[in-house]
Ligand binder design. Structure first.
Ligand SMILES: [Zn+2]
Length: 101
């Protein structure tokens, strides 16, 4: 996307002038329309970036809470899960925190 300083570019002006000829009111309307669209997109993209950063931070905090809870658990009771194929993939799971032991 073009930066604001390049707006409207020569190429866009040519498209708009080709579209409207000498009708300066329509030319100005088109320039304003595209300027507004670009501003709205710029703001929306900035909001997306902010929301993504907030989301990443929230997930990190939640994962840290899960890790702490698992770390604090001394796994007092567990369930044995045998390997149905009869191989060595059986395991115990803590009934409190769900960690595989
Ligand atoms: Zn546990």
């Amino acid at each position: 996307m073009l930066t604001t300083s390049e707006f409207p570019s020569e190429g866009l002006m040519k498209v708009i002038v080709d579209r409207h000829g000498a009708d300066s009111q329509k030319i100005h309307q088109d320039i304003k329309k595209y300027k507004d669209l670009r501003r709205d997109l710029f703001v929306a993209n900035a909001d997306v970036a902010k929301e993504e950063a907030r989301h990443v931070k929230a997930l990190k905090e939640l994962r840290e809470r899960c890790a702490k809870a698992t770390k604090d658990c001394d796994h007092p009771i567990k369930t044995f899960h045998p390997d149905p194929s009869g191989n060595n993939d059986s395991y115990y799971e803590c009934d409190i925190c769900g960690v595989e032991l």
